[in-house]
Design a protein around this ligand. Structure first.
Ligand code: DX5
Ligand code: ZN
Length: 223
């Protein structure tokens, strides 16, 4: 399976979102960063944005919830037709129960880990999730630098997924460029979120293909 590249519309022009969606047609999904100014010190957009994007986007929506109390709010995003809904482990009261609810609503269930959050408590319940997002920056803002210190966690996850033949996508998010994507692919990621490196490119669609090719040359046989 080729590397999945999901551009983050946090780096798009909010006044021209539909136009910018047209510039990323080579992507696998659109990454939508929901921030509530509580879980992270930044505020973006919420459910109405996802509902509207769902109507105009030719690509599936990969929703990343950086919000408190996802147990309460995440199901609404699945109901709105998001392809995937990823909530933060640090914020959820009952991650497994929430993942089951998201799946029952037809969405892929994802769990995200901040750079300082250990993965070990989740290894036993990996089968409950369709995606694990290893944050490669502190969540909250685009345009930050990739933290290589998170790669050990990714390797642990990749080993667990391989060893148990699970179908869990390993995603990285933050500071992904044509260089850092290689590091993350080597550590076992198969899904890559990229904001600034896609939208600051002259041709975002071509940049997505460049990123995918860079990941694929270095990717493990199993992800
Ligand atoms: C950060 C967000 C990311 C961000 C990535 O909290 O979750 O999705 O938009 O942006 P870049 O690729 O610019 O680091
Ligand atoms: Zn994100």
């Amino acid at each position: 399976m080729p590397a999945r590249i999901n551009p983050s519309i946090l780096a798009a022009d909010f006044a021209n979102l539909e136009r910018d969606l047209g510039r990323i047609r080579t992507a696998d999904a659109v990454h939508v960063d929901i921030m509530d100014n509580q879980f992270v010190p930044n505020l973006t957009f919420g459910l109405p944005m996802v509902q509207r994007l769902r109507q105009v986007s030719p690509l599936p929506l990969d929703v990343h919830l950086m919000i408190d109390n996802p147990d309460r709010w995440a199901p609404g995003y699945a109901e709105a037709g998001a392809f995937g809904v990823t909530f933060h482990a640090e914020a959820a009261a009952n991650p497994v129960e929430l993942a089951r609810t998201l799946r029952s609503l037809g969405a892929r269930a994802g769990i995200a880990l901040k750079p300082g959050t250990a993965v070990e408590p989740y290894l036993d319940v990996l089968a409950e999730f369709d995606q694990v997002l290893v944050m490669t920056v502190e969540p909250g803002f685009g345009g930050q630098s990739f933290m290589e210190s998170t790669m050990g966690k990714l390797r642990t996850l990749a080993e667990a997924v391989r060893g148990r033949e699970l179908d869990v996508w390993l995603q990285v998010d933050g500071g992904i460029t044509a260089e850092t994507i290689v590091t993350a692919a080597e550590a076992g990621a198969g899904s890559f979120v990229a904001g600034s490196s896609v939208f600051t490119a002259d041709d975002p669609a071509e940049q997505i293909e460049r990123l995918r090719a860079a990941a694929d040359t270095h990717v493990h046989a199993h992800r």
